[in-house]
Ligand binder design. Structure first.
Ligand code: UDX
Ligand code: UDX
Length: 483
């Protein structure tokens, strides 16, 4: 196999491919990195002079792009040429859940991975290491290998010689802290059979990661570990979210509960923030994938166990929209509701599977007029998520139900009946809620689905306030039940 990687190609300039390659470029100035994508506009945005126009917002990403772009980090649509030049190729294309056919709604659609493998088999020259970065169902590496080998068998007639090694190297970074996670990972996981190829990839990571943090396994364990890691993380969120409802009913505070249980080292303090449900491109997709695989192997008990993690997540989102309608005198028709945050979490402009989508859709369905403010999400994206036909200007008497994109907090809250906090952006913590109260219609509600505001302060201003997992301290129901 290849020695001394000098040229890397990454297929897919998305949320994973872009930041991952940026960090490798920063840490390995001796390696040339070419990120390629079929989406011309995306590549133009990566090459944009104005760093605010980069397709992805990630703290710290702009600085790396500024210092490495056009030196050892390049973005282009020239897939054929960059595949041919590469010693190592990362596959970072998207693998969405299938929408039709066998496994629809659960299995991952691997058509982009397959087409990437076919492109590689057509254009690669010499020995090339293929690295799976996309999260994939178990045994996808085998599919990639078969495609590469079948092409290889036909090569007798060609003058080009090719050989491939396939590795799995799942990415564990989370959006919003991607650069930090990539620069200082908890672990790097490499699965594969070809020991020389594994060494080459280890050598790249050794430029900034301690050897002890690099774990090597067989291919399948590596692929499966990624799915299971995401399933465990999502399960934790569904577990704590399921308890928010119990806290609200019985007068406990989920924040106190999180602190108390998280202080036990065996449970740990991380990933215990309750909220409107998990979003993002990975959790739901990966669990559904796991459910599908377990069903396939006849493990029905296992699959229904993990399916519940997704069910609770959907239930939590529905629960929040029901609570809002209920508190606003059981009707939101014609009422103005301010939505604070549309991204699936703070510090990202990504809205994939954001709980805001389903909650906003429910409120539009109920006839409310929602004004959406998010510091990083663009109107065009919200249009894709909620539909262009319900994007209209506000008028109080219109009870058709629609949304409007708002550029400022003031415009969002003016004469609004309620604010719903759906993304935990830090700027929402620092707002002057006394002023906001004056501009809203009475009674003015705040629904804090991220638990970022201080209930005492907000209530002292005069707001009616609901916070996720905060009981109303009326414990009589519990005692009635017990005695
Ligand atoms: C990642 C992972 O790769 C995926 O497996 C994971 O589960 C979700 O996150 P991500 O980087 O977030 O994907 O996806 P996205 O931002 O959609 O980027 C994928 C890119 O691949 C897109 O820019 C798309 O245009 C590109 N692409 C897709 C190609 O260049 N070629 C293709 O054949 C298909
Ligand atoms: C996740 C995994 O964390 C990462 O390892 C994997 O590579 C990709 O998928 P990501 O989806 O980017 O990363 O973000 P993450 O921080 O995990 O948050 C996912 C969702 O869970 C968000 O909607 C977030 O708001 C929510 N969440 C997270 C909570 O509701 N509570 C928490 O305590 C943590």
């Amino acid at each position: 196999m290849k020695k001394n990687i000098k040229n890397i190609c990454c297929i897919g300039a998305g949320y994973v491919g872009g930041p991952t390659m940026a960090v490798i470029a920063k840490k390995c100035p001796h390696i040339q990195i070419n990120v390629v994508d079929i989406n011309k506009k995306r590549i133009e945005d990566w090459n944009s002079e104005d760093l605010a126009s980069l397709p992805i917002f990630e703290p710290g990403l702009g600085d790396i792009i500024k210092s490495c772009r056009n030196k050892n980090l390049h973005f282009s649509t020239d897939i054929k040429k960059q595949i041919a030049n590469a010693d190592m190729i990362f596959i970072s294309v998207n693998t969405p859940t299938k929408t039709k056919g066998i496994g629809a709604g659960k299995a991952s659609d691997l058509k982009w991975v397959e087409s990437s493998a076919r492109e590689i088999s057509k254009y690669a020259v010499g020995s090339t290491i293929i690295v799976e970065k996309s999260t994939l169902p178990v045994k996808t590496a085998l599919t990639i290998k078969r495609i590469l080998e079948s092409q290889n068998n036909k090569l007798n007639t060609k003058s080009v010689s090719q050989s491939f090694a396939v590795l799995s190297n799942p990415e564990f970074m989370s959006e919003g802290s991607a650069i930090k996670d990539l620069e200082n990972p908890d672990r790097v996981l490499i699965g594969g059979e070809d020991q020389e190829a594994i060494k080459e990839l280890i050598n790249i990571y050794l430029n900034w990661v301690d050897f002890e943090k690099i774990l090597t396994t067989d291919l399948w364990s590596s692929e499966l570990s990624k799915l299971i890691a995401n399933a465990f993380l999502a399960q934790r969120i569904s577990s704590i979210n399921s308890m928010t409802a119990l806290c609200e009913k019985t007068g406990a505070d989920i924040k106190n509960v999180s602190l108390a249980i998280g202080s036990d080292k065996r449970i740990g303090q991380y990933f215990l923030d309750s909220g409107p449900g998990f979003g993002g491109s990975c959790f739901k997709k990966d669990i559904l994938n796991l459910v599908y695989i377990c069903n396939h192997y006849g493990l029905d008990e296992v699959s229904s166990y993990w399916q519940k993690v997704v069910d609770i997540n959907i239930w939590q989102q529905k629960r929040i929209s029901h609570i809002v309608v209920d508190k606003l005198f059981r009707t939101v028709s014609g009422k103005k509701i301010a939505i604070f945050g549309f991204a699936f979490k703070s510090n990202t402009n990504d809205t994939r599977e954001s709980p805001a989508i389903s909650i906003c859709n429910d409120l539009i369905e109920e006839g409310s007029n929602i004004y959406i403010y998010d510091p990083k999400v663009r109107e065009l994206q919200i249009e894709k998520d909620l539909g262009v036909e319900t994007n209209k200007k506000y008028s109080r008497n219109n009870d058709d139900g629609y949304w409007h994109y708002s550029k400022s907090i003031d415009e969002t809250i003016k004469e609004a009946d309620a604010i719903i906090i759906l993304t935990g952006w830090s700027e929402f913590k620092k707002l002057n809620y006394e002023n906001i109260f004056k501009l809203m219609r009475s009674p003015s509600w705040i629904f804090d689905a991220r638990g970022i505001l201080d209930p005492n302060h907000i209530q002292s201003i005069g707001f009616r306030f609901w916070r996720i997992g905060l009981g109303n301290q009326n414990v009589s129901q519990y005692f009635d039940m017990q005695f």
